[in-house]
Design a protein around this ligand. Structure first.
Ligand code: PLZ
Length: 445
């Protein structure tokens, strides 16, 4: 058994079930949750966490679960990763907050410098920091509107951009994200995506031309401030567009003075086996939105992009009380150091290779499509011999995995995608064990 050394006690890197899932203490907490927390906040797996690190989550009943979720692609460097835990502890002792707009501090500037260096493209860049992914997406739109003096925003089928008012309008799926919460923001238009599994025969450039045609007919380039797209869709189903789709869109945006915004909230920071998913096709976005994996679990998000676009809003036009909080910035700097010094981009690739090879080896006809990049892998489940989505099977597999101490998440417009986002600190033996658990579940169901 390997040990994971964190700031706190080392956590044994093992799957260990000492009660049924959820155990009695978790069940009692879940009852208290129901009585105290608004019903709208759902629970994927009601085991209450007391510690996490390496590749495991330990619950209040003493169960140790294998983590294939990373808190939705957040703890990419690991939970309580050693450098992050130390940096946060040090920053908490120094000061917790001043508000960067009042009396600034260098950690914010250093995060901005690091993002300007790491994000795609060598052009002159600027960065602004926020708290959540949705907040950063909204601000990317604000910046693009001021820069272009245009209002329309184009997003795509299956897109997920957040739960605030503007980002609800940008998000595609009604349930659970939008239903009843309108009216939504105006000037948001939706274009068709490239979805290779479901539009076989339409190559990337052709899919992009289809989207561009929709945009030209229904919006008009002259009205369009920004095209906002996840280079690999996350909540929508880990959809990797066909090669050439993104480059063709970027080219059209450039020719038409439209700001191309990559929402890399879920794909960023080594997750896909490149520092950013745009890097796979050499795509250079005008603006890139990051969050989640940026700070190892501390709330932080960013918009980074071309200096002339980023500097368009007037002084005082961008900000917020907590944006670029010093503790979150300290965490982000530690995350970046960890990714670079521990070679986590390569680690994401090797985890991804293992996952895809194993999943394909199941040889199960209900695994309609195994896809993803790096350690962002999914299987789209269908009725055998068809492409008909099987949401019931997906739910059943996830429930069985949870019962057996493997945390997996689902996603997809049709609710039929199982997604795997292990922390890159996952030891090989746990990765293999998690895949063994899945293989057995597919045999049993
Ligand atoms: N853009 C691409 O994936 C967040 C949402 C979970 P926030 N995805 C997880 C849920 O059900 O709320 C996400 C994303 C992409 C934006 C966001 C929004 O990021 O930090 O949740 O606001």
């Amino acid at each position: 058994m390997s040990e994971h050394t964190v700031g706190g006690p080392a956590l044994p890197q093992e799957r260990r079930l000492v009660t049924s899932i959820p155990g009695p203490k978790s069940q009692a907490l879940q009852l208290r949750k129901s009585a105290a927390v608004a019903a709208g906040v759902g629970t994927t797996l009601p085991v209450y966490t007391v510690a996490a690190g390496g590749g495991v989550i330990v619950d209040v009943d003493g169960n140790s679960l294998i983590d294939f979720g990373s808190g939705i692609a957040v703890t990419t460097v690991g939970n309580s990763a050693p450098r992050v835990a130390a940096a946060v502890a040090e920053q908490v002792q120094a000061f917790t907050h001043t508000c960067f707009m009042i009396t600034p501090y260098d950690a914010y500037v250093r995060v901005a410098e690091a993002l300007n260096r790491l994000t795609p493209g060598t052009h002159d860049k600027r960065t602004v920091l926020f708290n959540s992914g949705a907040e950063a997406v909204e601000n990317a739109v604000k910046i693009a509107r001021v820069h272009t003096q245009r209002q329309a925003v184009v997003v795509f089928d299956h897109a997920y951009h957040g739960r605030t008012n503007l980002t609800m309008a940008m998000t595609a799926k009604n349930m659970p994200y939008k239903s009843g919460f309108g009216p939504f923001a105006s000037e948001v238009y939706r274009a068709p995506l490239s979805y290779p599994y479901r539009d076989a025969g339409v190559d990337g450039p052709a899919a992009a031309r289809r989207a561009i045609d929709t945009i030209e007919k229904q919006v008009g380039a002259g009205n369009l401030a920004a095209v906002v797209i996840e280079p690999i869709q996350g909540e929508g189903g880990f959809i990797v567009p066909a090669d050439g789709f993104l480059p063709t869109l970027v080219e059209w945006c450039r020719a038409n003075g439209v700001v191309f915004v990559a929402d890399e909230v879920q794909t960023g920071f080594a997750r896909t086996g490149e520092m950013f998913a745009c890097d796979h096709e050499g795509v250079v976005p005008d603006l890139i939105v990051t969050a989640k994996g940026i700070a190892g679990g501390l709330p932080l998000s960013a918009v980074t992009g071309r200096a002339e676009i980023m500097d368009a809003p007037h002084v005082g036009g961008l900000g917020g009380t907590y944006g670029g909080n010093p503790i979150a910035c300290a965490a982000a700097l530690a995350v970046i150091e960890t990714i670079e010094e521990d070679g986590l981009v390569d680690r994401a690739r090797s985890i991804g290779k293992t996952m895809v090879e194993r999943l394909e080896s199941f040889g199960d006809p209900r695994l309609g499509d195994v896809r993803g990049r790096g350690a962002m892998v999914a299987v789209e489940l269908v009725k055998a011999g068809t492409t008909e989505p099987d949401a019931e099977l997906t739910k059943a597999v996830a429930a069985a995995a949870h019962q057996q101490g493997l945390v997996v998440l689902t996603c997809g417009t049709y609710g039929n995608v199982l997604r795997f986002l292990p922390p890159l600190s996952m030891p090989d033996h746990l990765l293999a064990e998690g895949l063994d658990v899945l293989e057995q579940i597919f045999k049993d169901l």
